[in-house]
Design a protein around this ligand. Sequence first.
Ligand SMILES: [Zn+2]
Length: 198
Amino acid sequence: MSSQEIERLVSMLAKLPGLGPRSARRAVLHLLKKRESLGSPLLRSLDDVLTAVRPCPICGNYDTSDPCEICSDPRRDSTLLCVVPDVSDIWALERTAAYRGRYHVLGGLLSPLDGVGPDELAFSSLKHRVEQGEIAEVILALPATVDGQTTAHYAADTLDGLSVRVTAPAHGLPVGGELEYLDDGTIAAALRARKTIE
Ligand SMILES: [Zn+2]
């Protein structure tokens, strides 16, 4: 049996996505062995990130600046808005460098079975942004799953009547495919070929 402190750390790390108790245990052991070169720097880095990084009040992206760098970058196309479920999708799209507009993070997908309704997601702030009048096109970059398409329809309905073009990647994004797992070429191609859905 290891000490209570170690068990507590293992059980916390095991809650991280992709880690279970076994890999958490290995990670803790590794951190103890590499105390100076990894353990302490990791601790400082985690503290820095949790202290300095906040969700952007405009788009929901995580950044140290407020508004975030994407929202405040004058070189980005402010007439294009890409709606994504999560910040990880922004990271995936930014990696491809195929998109130069701005973003809107919904904070998930509508999922009646899991009790996620419209009030839990950032639809009203989306509508508010479009109502400002500068955005010409809203791209719904949502997965081709049932929840993804339910969310896309709801977003389109939310924007109904506003003078904005609502589009989606022509073939949807591959089924069950969260953006972060797609290769850059697939993401870029899906984003280039888009159809008006309203
Ligand atoms: Zn932002």
